[in-house]
Ligand binder design. Structure first.
Ligand code: PLP
Length: 323
């Protein structure tokens, strides 16, 4: 990846003259089956662009519980797009629940404009959104004249886990955000895939958000390398996560949520003590609640190194649980 970055051909992408960025955008659009894709610095910006493109201030967006663009983007949806959110009871949801949240057409109610789905779901422990539900929600969205956005920061993982292509998973959506900086291992970068007629608006909005970048072919080259070389190997991350989950489940006082992709969520009596013990054993993971710990497997701790990492995590959990 470093070599690909070093030898990347660059131009000024604000003038749309960076050949490597254009190649990345064309590659992502093709992979996701959309007309166009726009390179952006972060997944947050990709999601925020989507909210700005789809909705106007005062409108409402239906999203899953703990959705990233609701909870972990510093309130940007309210600040920049001026939208408010109606959230479902769980991270995954059905068309019936969406139907119950769509507002009636009264002028004193907010207008529902958009439904957002996260796949895989980060705070849902890397769970895959069932495709049958996606299709039923998409049918409802079309029927009600709404739009559908996919936060596919980890869509690559969903593709590997389901055996469906990214294109099949993306097909029902109007816009799709993907990240190169997570499982694919690039240092930075995301993209928003969208219909051709929205590209000019998206370019303008990206510039307004400070996301118009110059000679970033070096970054696009990293993303292309991740797409070409690190997608299929996500299956290894998933296998590592299952192995880690199984090892943790054997410890008394630890309960582990079902592992579907590269994220393991474990419940313990005191999450912070386990995180601190992890640091002492040289492994970093986070507390996502007073009793919940989230661990992510990735390409930097894989292969032969993974066995030692599992031992360190197990030792940390035991130390904290026994304390
Ligand atoms: C589901 C999801 N969407 C969006 C993002 C935002 O990505 P970034 O950190 O690149 O802004 C994240 C980050 O963890 C995420 O998990």
């Amino acid at each position: 990846m470093r070599q690909a970055m070093a030898s990347a051909e660059c131009g000024d992408d604000v003038y749309r003259e960076d050949p490597t960025v254009r190649r990345l955008e064309e590659c992502v659009a093709e992979l996701l089956g959309k007309d166009r894709a726009l390179f952006v610095p972060t997944g947050t910006m990709a999601n925020q662009l989507a909210l700005l493109l789809h909705a106007r201030p005062g409108e409402e967006v239906i999203a899953g519980k703990s959705a990233h663009f609701v909870n972990y983007e510093s309130g940007a949806g309210g600040a920049w797009a001026g939208v408010q959110f109606a959230c479902t009871r769980g991270e995954l949801f059905t068309a019936d629940e969406v139907a119950s949240l769509v507002r009636a057409p009264a002028y004193w109610l907010p207008r529902t404009r958009l439904v957002g789905i996260e796949n895989t779901h980060n705070m849902g422990g890397g769970r895959v959104f069932p495709q049958a539900d996606v299709l039923a929600i998409a049918a409802l969205v079309r029927d009600r004249g709404l739009s559908l956005h996919l936060d596919g920061a980890r869509l690559w993982n969903a593709a590997v886990a389901t055996g469906l292509s990214e294109r099949e998973l993306a097909e029902p959506f109007d816009t799709v955000a993907v990240c190169f900086s997570k499982g694919l291992g690039a240092p930075v970068g995301s993209a928003l895939a969208l219909p051709a007629f929205r590209l000019d608006d998206a370019l303008r909005l990206r510039k307004m958000l400070g996301g118009g970048m110059r000679q970033v072919g070096v970054l696009a080259a990293a993303a292309l390398h991740g797409i070409d070389h690190h997608r299929a190997r996500l299956a290894d991350d998933h296998a590592c996560a299952r192995r880690l989950g199984a090892a943790l489940a054997e410890i008394a006082g630890v309960s582990v949520a079902p592992v579907e992709t590269n994220i393991v969520v474990a419940e313990v009596a005191k999450a912070e003590s386990v995180v601190e013990a992890g640091k002492r054993h040289g492994v970093l993971f986070s507390a996502i609640g007073p009793r919940a710990v989230r661990l992510v497997t990735h390409l930097d701790v894989a292969g032969a190194r993974f066995g030692a990492a599992v031992d360190a995590v197990v030792a940390a959990f035991r130390e904290a649980v026994d304390a």
